[in-house]
Design a protein around this ligand. Sequence first.
Ligand code: FNR
Length: 380
Amino acid sequence: YEIYLNGMSGTVPRLPTDLTRLEALAEHRLGPGPVGYVAGSAGDGSTARANRAALERRRIVPRMLRDVHERDLSVEVLGRPLPAPLALAPVGVLSIMHPEAEPAAARAAAAHGVPYVLSSASSTPIEQVAEAMGDAERWFQLYWSKDREVTRSFLDRAKAAGFTVLVVTLDTPMLAWRPRDLDQAYLPFLHGVGTANYFTDPAFLAGLAKPPQEDPNAAVLHFLGLFADPGKTWPDLAFLREHWDGPIVLKGVLHPDDAREAADAGMDGVVVSNHGGRQVAGSIAAADALPGVARAVGDRLAVLFDSGVRTGDDVFKALALGARAVLLGRPYVYGLALDGQPGVDHVIRCLLAELDLTLALSGHATPSTVGAADLVADPG
Ligand code: FNR
């Protein structure tokens, strides 16, 4: 009620509480390069639109008189108690959005006890982000490089810096056809921001003829050439299992059979995601893929979800469709762009407050009681 009470006393929030309006405001304020980077998606954007439509199409059927006066948003994910079914999704090169970049987002997450998933393509080295987070829960996202030494080096650095969960992104063996990126001069754009996590990595630097400061073009091209690997197959996961002690989560799983493969390969979780519609144009909406994956492996793996989450009721719907928790993507990036750490804090607060109210008003005191019976398909 904090936000309502502030409103009564004439204080309005500095940023919109409606995260779609916040997105519009950020797009209005940012230049075409940064807007294109965040808002852009694959092809004509149909997958990103489908992600929203699939969530909007499902409607909650609220229940009454269920004693919701005391509520608890906490859940357990991968054996970890989390204060809410929420983590911040990995988003690369955040210095495009704000000079304080990843450490600002990570500090905001840490203050709420929400796990921060640090991207491999971070504009801040792993160690510096860890330092900004104290002993808060942190997960590391791996772009699984062609170069074994770079992969090994990233895993070692992340482990040493206290990252506990490894999130391996499978849906980006190559960058997709993203017109808004292709239509701008990408190489100079990437120079300006750097992907400092690679550019400070000893194994990455060993592959360069000259340091990135002397030949930034060559460094960026080297990065684009090795950051992912279209040649990987399921048996390759054994390498990661061998080099990572904690839970491993595969991000970008949409087919129930791939989820079963993940379970058979000894993985601990999956993120049902289509990368926010940035990889396969025309792909199945993430929310449409979620129930099938949850049915296939929900009893063996932690099933997480992202792609299209903008509101508390979206989180509720994802839980009802079988997710344990969701990853929040673009909204926190817009919060960061508009106001740094307080902007991300604002976004997390709004989302959690709205989730709390949605749960209560729908007759639930905890996320654990939400299920398929809480939703119907919009009859249109
Ligand atoms: C991403 N995403 C992403 N995923 C990942 O595994 N590593 C990364 O470095 C990035 N980088 C990235 C940059 C930007 C600008 C965006 C918008 C997204 C995907 C991200 O983790 C998540 O899957 C999507 O953002 C979810 O979609 P919505 O909810 O943001 O639309």
